[in-house]
Ligand binder design. Structure first.
Ligand SMILES: O=C(O)CCC(=O)C(=O)O
Ligand SMILES: [Fe+2]
Length: 270
């Protein structure tokens, strides 16, 4: 799959693009089953929250080694329907993943992600240019009650806001100061809820202003994220680098796999 010129123009204008039904029911079933398997892993790269200690974030599924490594999630970002649009948007065929993660915003307990721009953290990781794109795949219904993402359209064009460490959330996080967020929301376009069905996929720019609220619904909201970077834009050395599950040092160029690779990987495993 390739993006058309109007989709590329919309991404440039809004800072995001929604592609409905990019994954089939069968593929979503396999991805969800694999996510449930990874959720059992006890490791540093699985961050838990709430009384039931369900994972909030699970990192680094896109490698085939390590505690959360997965052949299925290794194949997913390499599918032509993901890798090719990433190459188009970054205008470079030498890409790698800065990280991958699954955010499992569990029913009732799954907590807020304050307003932020992803590049705030990635700049501190030693990445020079704000030219990364993230693909987010919905594994459940994403609803407003269930804590779906909100994007402020076109905010990726308004420059960078200086973040601060928010320690009030279950996961210490580089959020944006409330005053700056209020100004951006007052002066810019109204935020839009990113709702959808399992298999729907959203691509967004690393400087887009976004957030999501508590999951107040009785169902989980699982979402998979793949953050693509140009190999030429890989992080340079920083004093206290974050672990490689959030700041990958595997900068090998990603090669496309067959479009049926999720189903094939599942067939080999089971
Ligand atoms: O999963 C969400 O709702 C938001 C997560 C997010 O923005 C992030 O991990 O950077
Ligand atoms: Fe984010």
């Amino acid at each position: 799959m390739l993006l058309g010129s109007s989709e590329l123009a919309n991404f440039d204008r809004d800072g995001f693009l929604i592609i409905r039904k990019l994954f089939s029911e069968e593929e979503v079933f396999i991805l969800r089953k694999e996510a449930a398997r990874i959720a059992q892993v006890e490791a540093e790269c699985v961050i838990r929250e709430g009384k039931s200690k369900t994972p909030k974030i699970m990192f680094r599924m896109h490698e085939t080694d390590g505690p959360t490594g997965s052949k299925i999630y290794n194949a997913t970002p390499r599918l032509p329907r993901i890798l090719r649009p990433a190459i188009q948007l970054l205008q470079d065929d030498q890409l790698y993943l800065h990280h991958s993660k699954i955010n499992l915003k569990s029913a009732i307990e799954g907590s807020v992600w304050p307003w932020h721009q992803d590049f705030g953290q990635w700049q501190l990781d030693g990445i020079k240019n704000p030219d990364l794109v993230t693909f987010m795949i919905m594994l459940d219904d994403a609803t407003e009650l269930g804590g779906c993402l909100y994007f402020q359209p076109a905010s990726h064009k308004s420059g960078r806001i200086k973040p601060f460490w928010d320690e009030t959330t279950p996961y210490k996080f580089l959020a944006l100061p409330p005053d700056d967020v209020q100004r951006s929301l007052r002066e810019g376009l109204a935020p839009v809820p990113i709702t959808g069905k399992p298999g729907d996929t959203v691509i967004f720019h690393c400087n887009l202003l976004h957030a999501s609220g508590q999951n107040l619904s009785p169902t989980d909201r699982w979402q998979v994220y793949f953050c693509f970077n140009r190999v030429s834009n890989h992080p340079s050395d920083v004093e206290q680098p974050r672990p490689d599950y959030v700041r990958s040092l595997n900068w090998s160029v990603m090669e496309a796999v067959d479009d049926t690779a999720i189903i094939q990987a599942e067939a080999i495993i089971s």
